[in-house]
Design a protein around this ligand. Structure first.
Ligand code: NAD
Length: 258
């Protein structure tokens, strides 16, 4: 069994009960980890509701990852070593999902890449003094990083940058045995996903065409996050692990042919 007994995890990206980060937090706690959350202030009331009966959440603090000082303060104030860092954060201006990618402004492009990719480097930088040797860092990506997906647009470019960031960061911190990986999750209905037009059609398409003929759940992703956080994955770094019912492996959709 994979255990996180004695380990401390810091998780960014809980906004609601449907957040992938929330499923990860729960599975980490069930495996024995002490869990701290960093959340965006605008989701404060939702997060308070979620954590109120959860003694396994050792602390929850607002932290906007776009604000250098807030991230610095978050880790400065954190009075614990950190064995696992989870970055489940992405943002692009909602208008970028609705207009042709060539109409994105420099500011929209830069915001999407900065919040969705650069913030991984920012949290690693300020977490470094607290990270244990052999710590595991992970982020969440999507197929749009490597293939064009309808309506994903600037976010696809941001996810490509994120996956490259994972490889660069893995090389930068690997000397201390610290690992950095991405999980590329299949589509899941969450707040973030609600910005993408036609999302239901994508879910239906994956269910029909993925080798496993089913969509993934937050718990499926959390199971792989648990593997990446545990010592079972101790020599895995710089990778993107697909948790997508195998959808990324197909070339031609086979709906109806089997
Ligand atoms: P979600 O809306 O629950 O989570 C997105 C999180 O990003 C929120 O908690 C939000 O507060 C946080 N965030 C955005 N800007 C931030 C900022 N400046 N500072 C701090 N936090 C900020 O949705 P989710 O689907 O659970 O998304 C989590 C991650 O999983 C994202 O990176 C997303 O791209 C990725 N992902 C989602 C899917 C999917 O289909 N839902 C698939 C693959 C990857």
């Amino acid at each position: 069994m994979m255990t996180l007994e004695g380990k401390t995890a810091v998780i960014f990206g809980v906004a609601s009960e449907s957040s992938i980060a929330w499923a990860i937090a729960q599975q980490f706690a069930e495996a024995g980890a002490t869990v701290f959350l960093g959340y965006q202030f605008k989701f404060r009331s939702r997060v308070m509701q979620l954590v109120k009966d959860k003694p396994w959440v050792a602390g929850w603090f607002p932290c906007d990852l776009s604000d250098n000082d807030e991230v610095k303060k978050f880790f400065g104030d954190l009075d614990t070593k950190v064995d696992t860092l989870v970055h489940a954060v992405a943002y692009a201006d909602p208008s970028t999902f609705r207009k042709p990618v060539v109409m994105a402004t420099a500011e929209e492009f830069s915001d999407a890449l900065s919040i969705s990719a650069f913030t991984l480097l920012r949290i690693i930088r300020f977490a470094m003094p607290k990270l244990t040797d052999g710590a595991s860092i992970m982020t969440l990506s999507y197929l749009g990083a490597v293939r064009c997906v309808p309506n994903y647009r600037v976010m696809g470019i941001a996810k490509a940058a994120l996956e490259a960031t994972v490889r660069e960061a893995a090389s930068a911190v690997g000397g201390r045995g610290i690992r950095v990986n991405a999980i590329s999750a299949g589509p899941i209905r969450t707040l973030a996903a609600s910005a993408i037009a036609g999302f239901d059609a994508i879910l239906a398409h994956v269910e029909q065409n993925a080798p496993l003929r089913t969509n993934v759940t937050q718990d499926d992703v959390a199971g792989s996050a648990l593997f990446l956080a545990s010592d079972a994955s101790r020599r895995v770094t710089g990778q993107t692990l697909y948790v997508d019912s195998g959808y990324s492996s197909i070339g031609v959709p086979l709906a109806g042919s089997l």
